[in-house]
Design a protein. Structure first.
Length: 307
């Protein structure tokens, strides 16, 4: 039977972390049916990093194609009949993202080109591309909060909107993605307000696409947790997060934990013992991501390898 490949594209701030949290929690239960990229071990991150290098003007599309070929060969050997790649960064960085001289001023400006590559490279699997759309006003506030926390933007929400507008024209983005697919797959979109906020797992579009058998779903948590929540910012800069925010101590994160997490995010497969080590110190994967984004040690490593 041909494998089914689903790309969950996000978008940013539309519940992707909550979905990944559920998939990670139930990975063992799902193992016979579903293989997921980009959960605890970040195994799909090389593809996202290749996409970001292209979007940011650092490379051409050849690293994207090379990583697609590597993934395609791996997928062909997997025993599972359904494969899911879930990453809200696969179309590029979010609006307002700043890194060095790069500033993203548009909503996924390379989406059509990126999806075209994915659709061609994975055409044998007839890929399904899935995205969740959020009410434009709420989406913009959430993006602003994230960019402000990451120190990509200083100023108020009104300043952010003056700078970038509110480009959440989902119908336009839908058309660009469909043009990129060009008949070599399928695009499905859903509403954040109905999918994430109110439905049980078995009612959600993505989980229906994943074709998880009913007997497996019955043994799983029936709703998503709200993780990686966007919160309004107070005045001034947000402080660097340390273990005190997580475990009640004043001790900063050990360099070994930062280095391990960095390697995990770049696609290194850690042992079970290593994963257990950092999970004892950090409550969950979304918290880990948040800590890293506020970690001077992580930024030093990132600057060394990607600036």
């Amino acid at each position: 039977m041909p494998k089914k490949l689903i790309f969950h594209l996000g978008y940013h701030k539309t519940g992707s972390s909550s979905i990944q949290d559920w998939l990670l929690e139930h990975r063992d239960k799902l193992a016979d049916h579903l293989y997921c990229y980009n959960l605890a071990d970040g195994s799909s991150n090389p593809l996202k990093l290749a996409v970001h290098g292209y979007v940011m003007g650092k490379t051409d599309t050849s690293p994207i194609r090379a990583e697609c070929r590597r993934m395609r060969a791996q997928i062909a050997t997997l025993p599972q009949k359904v494969v899911c790649y879930s990453d809200e960064g696969l179309l590029g960085p979010p609006l307002g993202f700043r890194h060095g001289d790069f500033l993203e001023r548009r909503l996924y400006p390379k989406a059509r080109e990126i999806v075209a590559i994915l659709a061609r490279e994975f055409a044998d699997f007839s890929p399904v591309f899935f995205a969740i759309e959020r009410a434009p006003g709420a989406w913009l506030r959430s993006i602003y909060n994230q960019m402000a926390r990451q120190e990509c933007f200083t100023g108020t929400l009104e300043d952010f909107q003056r700078e970038f507008g509110n480009p959440a024209c989902w119908h336009r983005l839908r058309e660009e993605i469909r043009q990129g697919i060009a008949g070599q797959g399928e695009f499905i979109s859903a509403s954040f307000e109905t999918e994430i906020a109110s439905k049980t797992i078995r009612e959600m579009t993505l989980f229906r696409i994943l074709e998880i058998p009913s007997h497996i779903l019955a043994d799983c948590r029936q709703t998503l947790r709200h993780v990686n929540r966007s919160v309004p910012l107070g005045a001034g800069r947000r402080p660097v997060i340390t273990d005190r925010k997580i475990s009640g101590t004043d001790t900063p994160l050990p360099p070994g934990v930062i280095a391990l997490a960095y390697m995990l995010l770049l696609g290194r497969h850690a042992s079970a013992a290593e994963i257990e080590h950092y999970q004892r110190r950090i409550a969950d994967i979304p918290t880990l991501r948040h800590v890293l984004l506020n970690s001077p040690e992580f930024r030093t490593l990132w600057k060394r390898d990607y600036d």
